[in-house]
Design a protein around this ligand. Structure first.
Ligand code: F0G
Length: 451
């Protein structure tokens, strides 16, 4: 870890500490809040360590045609903006990042929009956006000589952590809420060799237990309270800006769970702006599930000054979180960028997910909240027809195949949830049919589906 080039700044009291002085739970010793990485040489315009925007843009693009492992990573390709390691040769990479930005043609027409895109972070090596953060923080753990890493997770963090730990030859410990994560994700933690403990509690309970463990044992914490995670997770902002030739979109819409990713992306855009690579930052909006919406409530009742934890319920298990660690950071990014925070119902999530699937862009339910949220923002005019919008799809559709199958079989939504939405849901459902093994029977099934 390179302590000469960066410091950690407390988000709450502003205290500035060296990276190696961070406590195992990454909480400030003075006020208990979380840290952000700050780079020492960037503070003054014209400062000699300040990167040159034109040279960086050229270099980052050049690296796309390199065969070097670091250059092929969509995180380390931008390494000038995350100088957190002593030696970049220590980086543990699975060639994460460089994910596609897809136009959403049919959904855009339905919403009366011209420029709607999906940045698909589910196309990362372990199928979620967590890989971009994990390559950064696990590389720090590796460089610092830890043997064990750990996280509490709703599934994707644990899958990513287990994979990167395995690549680096480290052992990993996963705490997950029993019966409340999607099978695809659990299978990944097992496949990559993690010690996986299913606790009889929810995600928030797993976080409490793990926080106590890392205070006592020499285990490196890889939850998103670890500020190095966010350094990796800010890089999709660079990819998005680059894809639009450094003219950033008007809006970026992200799902909200533990609420770190929104602030990581905000940090990424903010740094590009500070360094003169882009002229402005997009409005960043955060969408939560209605049954797991503590930030929506916080902003409505106290403008984000306080947050009451809730008991979380949603089928979008990735974001079933009632006491998000990074809520202050998310509240700040929403306010600073002029974005919004909304919640969406289970029915709205299911419909949005099926609509994305019908465009050939499957995603897991937690990702589909972005489209469900955009529909609301379009309906009340907060997003205008001519504006450019990017939805951040955070996880791959195969992460939670049960959810998709239940939707198409018609067993996902309750009667109450379905009421008033029957026609819309039925038009999207594509159930598999049992058919005799003859051409005539298959052709008859085809005819039935077209009619
Ligand atoms: N989407 C997916 C697919 C996720 O897995 C998560 C979080 C989020 C969105 C929310 O991101 O927490 O930064 O607001 N998953 C974590 C996990 C909590 O353990 O995998 P956030």
């Amino acid at each position: 870890m390179n302590d000469n080039l960066h410091k950690l700044r407390c988000f709450g009291c502003g205290d500035l500490i060296s990276g190696s002085d961070a406590r195992p739970d990454f909480r400030c010793a003075k006020c208990g809040d979380l840290f952000e990485v700050e780079y020492v040489g960037w503070s003054q315009r014209g400062g000699h360590d300040r990167p040159n925007p034109g040279a960086l843009k050229w270099l980052w693009r050049e690296r796309r045609s390199s065969f070097d492992a670091l250059d092929q990573s969509g995180v380390w390709r931008f390494r000038e903006l995350l100088p957190i390691l002593d030696s970049f040769g220590d980086a543990v990479t699975l060639r994460e990042g460089n994910t596609p930005l897809y136009p959403l043609a049919r959904v855009a027409i339905a919403l009366g929009m011209d420029r709607l895109y999906a940045k698909h972070q589910g196309m990362n090596p372990t199928g979620s956006f967590k890989d971009t953060g994990m390559t950064a923080a696990l590389s720090v753990a590796h460089e610092r000589g830890f043997e064990w890493v750990a996280c509490a997770s709703t599934g994707n963090t644990s899958a990513a952590m287990a994979a990167y730990a395995a690549r680096a030859g480290l052992r990993s410990l996963v705490l997950i809420p029993e019966g409340k994560i999607a099978w695809g994700k659990l299978s990944q933690a097992m496949d990559y060799g993690a010690v996986t403990c299913q606790l009889k509690t929810d995600f928030d309970g797993c976080v409490r237990v793990l926080t106590e463990i890392v205070r006592e044992a020499p285990i490196y914490l890889l939850n998103s309270v670890n500020p190095y995670r966010l350094e990796g997770q800010k890089t999709p902002a660079f990819e998005i800006a680059e894809a639009f030739d450094w003219n950033v979109p008007d809006h970026l819409i992200v799902p909200g769970g533990n609420l770190a990713n929104s602030s990581a992306l905000g940090k990424g855009f903010h740094e590009l702006h500070e360094l003169g690579l882009v002229a402005h930052v997009p409005h960043i909006s955060v969408i939560q599930a209605e049954g797991a919406n503590p930030l929506v409530r916080s902003l409505a009742t106290s403008q984000g000054a306080t947050m009451e934890p809730v008991e979380a319920h949603t089928r979008a298990t990735a974001i079933r979180i009632g006491n998000p660690a990074s809520w202050r950071k998310a509240a700040r990014v929403i306010k600073q960028t002029g974005g919004w925070c909304l919640d969406v119902t289970e029915t709205e999530i299911a419909i949005a997910k099926a609509e994305l699937g019908a465009e050939g862009l499957g995603c897991e339910p937690a990702s589909a909240v972005t489209l469900a949220g955009l529909k609301k923002l379009r309906a009340d005019g907060r997003v205008a027809a001519g504006e450019t919008v990017v939805l951040l799809l955070t996880g791959h559709t195969l992460k939670d195949a049960d959810y998709t199958i239940d939707f198409h079989r018609g067993t996902l939504l309750s009667e109450k949830e379905l009421a008033g939405h029957e026609a819309e849901v039925n038009s999207l459902r594509r159930n598999a049919v049992a058919v005799d093994a003859t051409p005539a029977a298959v052709l008859a099934a085809l005819k039935g589906s077209v009619g």
